[in-house]
Unconditional design. Structure first.
Length: 217
């Protein structure tokens, strides 16, 4: 049983409907960082397959070898990546959402080439231009996106953002959508436990929900 999962799926469906978007246009990424396996397992058993982690090492401990038992598993890195973890990240994750500087782009492209796979990636945009947050500044986004696209081993799918905690998230979601549209990108990873319904209204294709699904960390 995973009652919180049902509640969140229901809320996403309702937000899709209210926004006039087709049912199923938003994917729920269940954020499992710092959560015990006994909370993750029922959610897996209920059919959830997309999971977000923010640390490579922690994700390895939880998910390495899990694909055989759980076909269709999709692992998404949503936390900052260091170049010295690029190899492990490229091997473990299906999607890396946090590309934010040339050195990490180069390191991931190298590892993806080595693995012979087209690595799916998103660019993280620091929509609030906060010093404490990673992500490219909005004014640098177009040039950075063009740079990511120069690497054949990387498949750029879209953009991701984490709005400042003390601001209305809607304007940040709208900005991310504008940047994605301008660059012909279809994936928008935005919205967390407190604001995922607003994010759906502004076009999110992926919402990243942790505490509302698993409880406080
Ligand atoms: C932890 C985290 C989330 C989930 O946050 P909740 O508020 O617990 O839903 C989403 N996105 C990122 C990047 C995170 O680090």
């Amino acid at each position: 049983m995973a009652p919180a999962l049902d509640r969140i799926r229901f809320a996403i469906n309702r937000a899709e409907r209210l926004a006039g978007r087709p049912p199923g246009s938003v994917t729920l990424t269940a954020v499992t960082k710092q959560q015990p396996w006994e909370k993750v397992l029922p959610v897996l058993q209920a059919g959830q397959r997309a999971f977000g982690e923010n640390r490579v090492q922690e994700a390895l401990g939880r998910w390495e070898g899990a694909r055989e038992a759980w076909p269709g598993l999709e692992l998404r890195l949503i936390g900052p990546l260091q170049s010295n973890k690029a190899r492990e990240a490229a091997e473990l994750f299906d999607v890396i959402e946090t590309l934010d500087r040339p050195s990490i782009v180069a390191a991931l492209a190298r590892e993806a080439e080595r693995l012979g796979k087209a690595l799916r990636v998103l660019v993280q945009v620091n929509t609030g231009e906060e010093a404490s947050k990673s992500g490219v500044a909005p004014r640098d986004a177009d040039a950075f996106i063009a740079e990511v696209r120069r690497h054949e081993a990387l498949r750029l799918e879209g953009l991701m953002c984490i709005p400042p905690v003390d601001e209305e998230p809607a304007m940040h979601f709208a900005l991310l959508r504008k940047l994605a549209q301008r660059n012909g990108l279809s994936v928008l990873s935005m919205g967390m436990s407190g604001d995922f319904e607003t994010a759906v209204r502004f076009g999110a294709t992926h919402v990243r929900v942790g505490s509302a699904l698993f409880g406080a960390r």
